[in-house]
Design a protein around this ligand. Structure first.
Ligand SMILES: Cc1cc2nc3c(=O)[nH]c(=O)nc-3n(C[C@H](O)[C@H](O)[C@H](O)COP(=O)(O)O)c2cc1C
Length: 329
């Protein structure tokens, strides 16, 4: 595996570091985080709306979401959301899409308890079906929730409070669905990173990884040594190869090699071919060097395999990578 990314680790003991430092590290390292836009209601009937990115879903049966309105770092005081939920144990948790992120950020302003952040942020309150707090009309995904339990994680500045919510009703905009699945490019969610950074969880940020095969992949440990120690293949490439069910047989690799016509390439051809986006062409060039320059042949075949893996062609990659082993065997 390519190992030019040697890291120098800094080690931090949270008990010895400042609260600010620990908080900053968590925000950067546990990132990007989904954002819950939480609406609650006070005993006096005042709406409250605030974002929380210490948030996730933790089970589907019953459906549970948890978020954490922490005590303020500066003075340990509790936030309106938590104070409201201790009295009226209901809320609506909604997803934050890119088109409302600035309004959501505005809703995080620490307005006084008597101020309705729907009004301040310009987001539209609509009635919920089961709970008293309002839903945010602009959010594409809204969950009406009943609070099951609130767990205080401490009484100090920055201590979290887990608000464990059971989802009792889900509402979503039908246009975010494609073939029965919420499509990231349609819902266009945003995530929260460190400092002032946010992530767009759509378009170029989205990619697919096939689930590990049910029959269990052979694992990286069972790949041949020259593949495991390749200077060209990355850890991600090895992860893809470790997911195959079995290594191809010698006969399969021979048939694979024979399906490529034996072409003679000049040195100049080969120098140019390495940059060819067609990994089959790169492989042919590597194959043509087997008898004259085995080391270079292996390097070029590994480049072909890496390019194939980038396009998810694992079958090609493993056959190509075993070519030299089996061709000279
Ligand atoms: C995107 C985003 C995520 C946030 N996540 C959290 C969080 O997880 N926990 C927290 O205590 N405050 C978080 N905040 C800050 C609160 O939203 C802010 O303190 C807000 O004023 C609390 O409002 P409240 O007093 O009405 O409950 C976040 C702010 C933003 C903009």
């Amino acid at each position: 595996m390519k190992s030019d990314d040697k890291k120098t680790f800094v080690t931090v003991d949270p008990k010895k570091a400042s609260l600010q430092e620990v908080h900053k590290l968590l925000l950067g390292g546990v990132s990007p985080r989904p954002i819950a836009l939480v609406s609650t209601i006070s005993e006096n009937g005042v709406n409250n709306l605030s974002p929380f990115s210490f948030y996730n879903a933790f089970g589907a049966n019953p459906p549970i979401v948890v978020f954490s309105p922490a005590r303020r770092g500066r003075d340990g005081s509790t936030k309106d959301t938590l104070n409201n939920l201790q009295k009226i144990k209901e809320c609506v948790v909604q997803a934050v899409s890119f088109d409302i992120v600035q309004q959501v950020s505005l809703a995080s302003t620490e307005y006084d308890s008597g101020i309705d952040e729907f009004v301040k942020s310009g987001l539209t309150p609509i009635d919920s079906e089961i709970v008293q707090p309002k839903r945010v009309a602009e959010s594409p995904f809204q969950m009406e929730c009943k609070v099951q339990q609130i767990i205080a994680l401490g009484e100090k500045n920055g201590s979290g409070n887990l608000v464990i919510c059971e989802v009792v009703k889900i509402h979503f905009d039908e246009s975010i669905l494609q073939d029965g699945t919420i499509e990231p490019n349609l819902i266009q969610l945003v995530g929260r990173n460190s400092a002032n950074y946010y992530t767009k969880a759509f378009e170029q940020s989205i990619f697919e990884i096939e689930k590990p095969i049910a029959t269990k992949g052979i694992g990286i440990d069972n790949l041949p040594e020259h593949i495991k120690h390749s200077e060209i293949l990355t850890g991600n490439n090895l992860g893809q190869l470790g997911n195959i069910e079995a290594l191809p047989t010698q006969e399969e690799v021979h048939n694979f090699i024979n399906s490529y016509s034996q072409t003679d390439f000049t040195e100049t051809d080969i120098a140019n071919i390495i940059n060819n986006t067609d990994y089959h062409v790169v492989y042919s060039a590597g194959l043509s060097l087997v008898s004259s320059d085995k080391k270079n042949s292996l390097r070029i075949i590994e480049i072909a395999a890496r390019n194939a893996l980038e396009q998810n062609d694992v079958v090609f990659a493993i056959h190509a990578l075993l070519s030299l082993e089996y061709k000279t065997a």
